[in-house]
Design a protein around this ligand. Sequence first.
Ligand SMILES: *Cc1c(COP(=O)(O)O)cnc(C)c1O
Length: 376
Amino acid sequence: MIKFLDLHKINLQYESAFQEKFRSFLDKGWYILGEEVQAFEKQFAQYCGTNYCIGVGNGLDALVLIFKGYIELGKLQKGDEVIVAANTYIASILAILQADLVPVLVEPNAKTFNIDPKEVEKAITTKTKAILAVHLYGQLADMETINAIAKKNNILVIEDAAQAQGAVMSVQFQFADSELPSSFSGNLGHAAGFSFYPGKNLGALGDAGAITTNDDALAKVLFSLRNYGSEVKYHNELAGVNSRLDEIQAAFLSVKLPHLDQENAIRRQIAKRYLSEIKNSKIQLPFYDYSENHIFHLFVIQTEKRDELQQYLLENGIQTQIHYPIPPHQQKALPQLHHLSFPITEKIHKEILSLPISPVLTAEEITIIITVLNQY
Ligand SMILES: *Cc1c(COP(=O)(O)O)cnc(C)c1O
């Protein structure tokens, strides 16, 4: 059986470094917000090219806290509208709702699966105060156009970079309000939320997340909000939450971060093989511009009889997954969105299938996957 994602094998590569980290963690006896969190925050900010990284408990909290931080700063208000792609993972929508903001869903571009800037422009009202740009499946959204729209309308751009650690914009990118020339995901808007859920390209050995930003005021509020709204212990300035990046997860992430570019490069190599060697008129391959703007968190193909193809692959020993089988506006949990209709999104959810694309797949396994697909 070719597994969809062999996390054990991925993490086995770093086993001895993890053990050393765990040993020193035990020896130090410091478990919450210690040297490891600080070191990882510094390392990840440097990697993304941002002034700040704030470690938090998970990716959902990262997004919720960005919104809550802007509310504290008076840049957002309860009831403000946030534009987001309708085909995203439900966490993006839940984050907006948990901050008492209003998600305004728009169709994605059918080719890239990412938010369609033309739809964003159409959806802007006087209540629109932010765009949540999700880099879905690891491919950067069209940030140049989105930032231009945001600047024109004076609204915030927040990246949901949960699936895009290390994706780089291919053109030199000058962010609207800053002179920083860095073009990494996490530095392509006003603030970005990351998840280090174990299955992400940079995955912890448990839940973990982070926020990146260049905004001094936002960073200050977020360092406080994630820790009960307190900077000095037992002095609470804000009604915060408990969402701190775990000390031990930060230590593990520091081990893995230096290898992220290499692992992303391997994923791109696998994607290139799939793109050039899968030849089957029943299967539509994903769009890729052969730049570094895609880290192939997922390799998502499209086919009319998706369930049949998934069953066929399983019978041939290949595990696949669907990201995602139900769009957020049709989820039971979100009845307030049930009246909406998004034909492109709904078609995507019926036809997509994610092939295995982890950096520990062997060349033989990739060959088998291609051969089996070509025989379908
Ligand atoms: C994984 C993910 C999240 C949430 O991350 P968690 O760490 O699971 O909370 C948010 N948005 C997107 C697009 C994701 O893929």
